[in-house]
Design a protein around this ligand. Structure first.
Ligand code: HEC
Length: 260
């Protein structure tokens, strides 16, 4: 009977509960959301990412470490998701939802036992600025697993605006240099071999990191600072950033020079 009620709430919910949530005595909404950098997370009814604090952990060692990391100022940034009774869920397992009296004595929403918080510096949907905050705050997956991964680098929507124009004269030079220098390890079409796949690799969008990778190398990749001049390195970088479906904009010889 209990289950039936929860299912009925879940089914009827999408129609009207979001506008209702702010005022409803039924409590806040805990929903399944998606972020560009962390994948699936829990969000509140407005789409803001929800976090758990390791200081709420049952594990004594973890709690001690987290309390030290997430001091009073840190905890001020994490706002408990207030509720009265069990919160409403949207596309999450209702049985995982609950509530607890938080540190302040106020009732707070929980998911699989973890008290939930929003982060003061998240100002829009999809943001995860609280992730890893003082190594104490983390997002939680829709099945209740604490996700401590670092946010993935993404080709931001804004990058399309900031992206530098491609100097088309560099493309054939880059193509030749790529074939002669990089293709052996990264594949003729950037598909990856001994080295990482460069097709669809978001990190190529980070200008300085990519230029330095070519200049200095890392791990089993040699650097090419001595083998290529600024224009050749700009050309190979521009070619890799704008081939095989990549569209990360140009790199100029001046940018390379500045990083030598
Ligand atoms: C001898 C083989 C080899 C050659 C030649 C080579 N790479 Fe690499 N590359 C690698 C390996 C191995 C890695 C992984 C390095 C690591 O683990 O630090 C790598 C990593 C990279 C990365 C990823 C760095 C990151 O952020 O993780 C980029 C970008 C890259 N190479 C670009 C190039 C370009 C462009 C060229 C040609 C100028 C080139 N590589 C030539 C082997 C090579």
């Amino acid at each position: 009977m209990f289950k039936k009620t929860a299912a009925a709430i879940l089914l009827s919910f999408p129609l009207y509960a979001v506008p209702m949530a702010a005022h409803s005595a039924a409590g806040p909404v805990v929903a399944h959301g998606t972020t560009p950098t962390m994948g699936s997370v829990l969000t509140d009814g407005a789409g803001k990412t929800l976090y758990v604090l390791l200081s709420d952990s049952k594990n004594a060692d973890e709690q001690k470490a987290a309390l030290a990391a997430c001091d009073k100022a840190c905890q001020d940034k994490f706002i408990p998701v207030a509720t009265t009774g069990r919160p409403l869920g949207l596309a999450v397992i209702p049985g995982f939802l609950g509530s607890v009296k938080g540190a302040s004595g106020a009732e707070q929403a929980t998911f699989r036992g973890w008290p939930l918080y929003t982060f003061a510096d998240d100002t829009a949907k999809g943001q995860v600025n609280g992730q890893g905050f003082k190594q104490a705050a983390y997002v939680i997956s829709p099945v209740g697993e604490v996700n401590r991964a670092a946010p993935k680098a993404v080709a931001r929507a804004g990058a399309a605006v900031a992206k530098k124009p491609v100097d088309t004269a560099l493309m054939p030079i880059g193509q030749e240099k790529y074939a002669a220098t990089c293709a052996g390890c990264h594949g003729a079409n950037g598909q990856g071999a001994f080295g990482a796949a460069l097709a669809g690799f978001a990190r190529l969008g980070e200008d300085d990191a990519f230029i330095k990778q070519i200049l200095i190398g890392s791990g089993d990749m040699p650097g090419f600072a001595g083998a290529m001049d600024d224009r050749e390195i700009a050309a190979v970088a521009t070619y890799a950033r704008n081939s095989w479906g990549n569209e990360f904009g140009g790199i100029t010889p001046e940018q390379v020079k500045a990083l030598r």
